[in-house]
Design a protein around this ligand. Structure first.
Ligand code: SAM
Length: 214
């Protein structure tokens, strides 16, 4: 991967700092319906993943991991904040199905290539810098085995190019579902499904995309 320009690195660090806040995690813990209720787009697409060897990117404090732990073969929890990895360790302990990975905000260091059945990320990439989304697509293409799938919740908000995500509705960073679909195609994925999502009354501000490694 190319070295990151200074501004992009500063942005990444500033975004990560925003998510140290414990109140978010306590509140989010009780807010699982949009992701896990029957009939939601998240649930419909998640049920198309093979859970034998899964990565959750930007896992926070483990609210999604707790939903699937009894169904996975192996689950690797990845986050840029050591406080979140520590919280997951405290929550799940030495469960033999779990691995923990503190990353650099755009990579999956140390994860074996062509080895994983699925990767998913919810309520996090919507905030990421587009360059980091690109890096994560590349890394996801690297670690998934052929036929492995990725389910990504991304920003579909093209307001304020060059701005800071704090200035945007719902802190959605500059992003586009169509750009993600295009990049994914070029990086060796088939786009199996995709949909825009409305969030807190903001129409089509997010996107959800299901990719399969060719
Ligand atoms: C809004 S929280 C969502 C956490 C979790 N996905 C959930 O739904 O509960 C955003 C998460 O993204 C993580 N994060 C922020 N920037 C990141 C980056 N560049 N790479 C990986 N994780 C990042 C934060 O540490 C935090 O865990």
């Amino acid at each position: 991967m190319n070295p990151m320009p200074d501004k992009a690195r500063e942005m990444r660090q500033s975004i990560a700092q925003d998510w140290i806040v414990p109140p978010y995690y306590d509140q989010a813990e009780a807010w699982l319906g949009p992701f896990w209720d029957e009939g939601t787009p998240f649930r419909r697409l998640f049920d198309q993943l093979d859970l034998s060897r899964v990565i959750e990117l930007a896992c926070g404090r483990g609210r999604h991991a707790a939903q699937i732990l009894d169904r996975v073969g192996e689950l690797t929890l990845v986050d840029v904040l050591d406080s979140n990895i520590a919280a997951c360790r405290a929550r799940f302990g030495d469960d033999p199905r779990l691995r923990y990975l503190l990353n650099n905000g755009h990579d999956l260091p140390g994860l074996e290539s062509r080895a994983y059945s699925a990767l998913f990320s919810y309520d996090a990439m919507v905030h990421f810098e587009l360059l980091d989304v690109l890096d994560y697509l590349r890394e996801t293409a690297r670690v998934l085995r052929p036929g492995g799938r990725a389910l990504l919740h991304v920003s579909n908000n093209m307001e304020n190019p060059g701005g800071h995500y704090h200035q945007n509705r719902l802190w959605r960073n500059f992003g586009s579902l169509d750009v993600v679909r295009h990049l994914a195609d070029r990086l060796g994925f088939q786009v199996l499904d995709h949909t825009t999502l409305s969030w807190e009354g903001q129409e089509a501000i997010d996107g959800l995309v299901l990719l399969e490694r060719r």
